[in-house]
Design a protein around this ligand. Sequence first.
Ligand SMILES: [Zn+2]
Ligand SMILES: [Zn+2]
Length: 385
Amino acid sequence: MVSFIPVQPQHHRRHRTSCQLTPVRVARPSLLALPHELILKIAQHIVAAPGILPGTSFISAKPSWFGTIAGLANASRDTRDASLRAWFRVFIVREEGDWHAAITLSAVRFSVREIYVCSQAVSPATCPDALLSFPALRSAHINAHNDVSFDPRHGYTYFTLLPLVPRSLKRLAIAHAHAPDAERLQALVNRDGLRLEELRLGRCTLFDCANEGCSYWPAFPHDHDAYFSDDGSVEYAMSIAQDLMPLRSLRTLHLGVYLTPHIALATHQRDHAPFFVNPANSHVVPVNPPLPPLLGNPPPPPHHLHLLAHPHHRAPLHCPSLWASPCSACYEQFGPATKVAEHTACRVLGSALPWIEEVSWAGYFERYGKGVSTWTRSREDWVRT
Ligand SMILES: [Zn+2]
Ligand SMILES: [Zn+2]
């Protein structure tokens, strides 16, 4: 039974009389007598917020310190300790220096259950075992966009960022990666005692270029079939299944590849996107041959027609305006093939990994190329949800 004892002021009150001020000593103040565990539960309840952190797959939302728990934290040393522990259950690593601050404070290290690592906080220089500093970690979402470096002499070099995870980890999401997944998968299966239940392997794609400030894919304008193709989807699924075989606790898997025919990109660029801006002269040029001109509307100059046939004068694939709206023509032309490829790959994965319940792929037709196409196991087959 918990009893609440009224809090008394800690200073001596002075009561004004008609002729003098007489100090009155009151009983020694009693602080609110609550077990530490209960204060911690109160603090956890206060900081709990509905929903997930924007930009992540499953990290819990985090309200502002001053708007929620600052009052409780200032009540006493005990409530401050409990407040900090509750507050750091969800930890956002915004920049490299945050790692050191978190690791040196035991109240943070041992409290973190969910971590979101922003792209500015992790680079090839980050210690590969930084996540091991959080032994109670359950969920991690890592923006791995800085996993590639460029040197004029050697070109691009890939790095697997934060490959080592604590064995307490249940859910891991990688976002905007350029590096191949093989090294990360190897590190996961080699981790003794790991019982991972959800794994999401997101990649940087041409659809991310505008948001992430990516200079990588614009340097390889013709190599997008590295993550966008229905060719070899069965072989890919078999390979991934082989890699994931030791992770018997895995139930949810996301693979950041598009199982849509690669020709869809060029077809959309050439035939579906109505206009683009020629960066050389900032003229808006129609991609398709123009309709017969109306009276008083002169046809475009002949040299424009010549430019239309030149591949360098098409809008580049990573141009955000190319993908700014849903394309029904793409869906009609490439949707069925995508569905077949995804379904077949799900069946391969599901057969090799019978404990898997949900598989998702990067979705060309969802959220302008930034969504996911999700499939779940239903008895003996897989259905799109
Ligand atoms: Zn990128
Ligand atoms: Zn299209």
